[in-house]
Design a protein around this ligand. Sequence first.
Ligand SMILES: Cc1cc2nc3c(=O)[nH]c(=O)nc-3n(C[C@H](O)[C@H](O)[C@H](O)COP(=O)(O)OP(=O)(O)OC[C@H]3O[C@@H](n4cnc5c(N)ncnc54)[C@H](O)[C@@H]3O)c2cc1C
Length: 411
Amino acid sequence: MKQKETIHIIGAGISGLIAAYELEQAGFHPVIIEKQGTSGGRVQTITVEDFQLDLGFQVLLNAYPLAKKYLDLKALRLTKLESGAQILVDGKRYVIGDPMRNWKVLLPTLFSGIGTIADKVNVLRLNLLLRKKSLDEIFNTPEVSTLVYLKVFGFSDTIISRFFKPFFAGIFLETELQTSSRMFEFVYKMFGEGYAMIPQDGIGAISAQLKAKLVQTTFKFNCEVESINSTTITLKGGEKIPNQGAIVTSNAAALIPNLQDAQTKWKSCMCLYFEVNQTSIPDRTIALVADQGKLSNNLYAYKDHKGRTILSVTTLKHEGMGEEEITKTVKKEIQTYCGTGHVKHITNFRIKQALPNLENLKYTSEPSASLIAENIFIAGDTQFNGSLNAAMESGRLAAAGLIEKKSGWFS
Ligand SMILES: Cc1cc2nc3c(=O)[nH]c(=O)nc-3n(C[C@H](O)[C@H](O)[C@H](O)COP(=O)(O)OP(=O)(O)OC[C@H]3O[C@@H](n4cnc5c(N)ncnc54)[C@H](O)[C@@H]3O)c2cc1C
């Protein structure tokens, strides 16, 4: 049999791993070039002292269609987050949740001071609307900001500022809800149709599982691509590799000549980890800080593999502040909000490029649309929307585009 050409994938994040998997299925032996020393990209669990910490708080929504397609969800030993969130505001704590999903939150939700009765009716209306609306319809609806969407839907300023803002700020990684209504509807629908989950071994178990599925792929770690054109991949340091077909999963504008206009804007966040002796935040529950002027946005408490109680705190207002000041302020805030006694600071992750700041969000596209220059295909969540689902879909499509092109299905 004729030896297939060597396909290079730049980046070993989720999109690169899926692209490699699809190429393997078509008989290729891809090579992944990754600038870091490990795979996973933005989906990693890091060891600090003897703590296993996710590189930023993130969850897998098990309703993601692509997660169902590519992941062995059972083998990930997923821990379900509690439905319903604790809202911390004005020295009080409220519970808000979807009573149709978890009856335990029915009474607290109905009697919470978070919104009006009309808000609760609107939540049910929104649930019904999005249950019926397909993903295709969601991504073909004209976009407005999430804030405008919620106001037009009839939600009160109180529920917007006390629930939607802190909850979706933690997901969109921006505090003003300027993110597209398509993303809001997509994420809300996914929450409604499944659960937010975290693997017992940390979010990095997702990328580890995808990597373990690859049997014909070679990894070149600690190897950074400097530029790529239709014939050559140039590595930092000057080495040149013939380009017989490549998938670029990150930073395409910097690597490919004449793509400067496609420069991605990014949203950043900072995630702080603490070990605490006790906390009033129930296990596996998200707590949202709705007080103005606080650094902490969302808190998550869990027991780690050694039975220790860990608090992860995400902040979005860290720009311009020093590490020490942020840590000190957040530590004080968690002592107030969580009733913790002993607090040991473990570490902070400042993530500059956490989520792409995109307009005209898409769910999917045609495989041929991933061809952006001769012999170069593009993938990455930046192509569609900032989610694990989009990263997987983009990797799948780039591989499909490349395979189709090599088979002469399109010119
Ligand atoms: C804090 C945080 C919270 C999140 N929360 C959620 C969530 O709750 N749910 C959800 O669905 N999604 C969430 N996401 C988004 C999700 O993690 C991403 O959408 C997904 O991981 C993107 O994968 P990717 O392959 O597109 O990109 P990346 O993971 O960025 O992979 C790109 C890879 O390319 C490598 N690379 C870049 N340039 C070069 C070069 N020149 N040469 C060689 N290698 C290079 C990088 O090192 C990286 O490994 C979150 C992300 C963050 C950071």
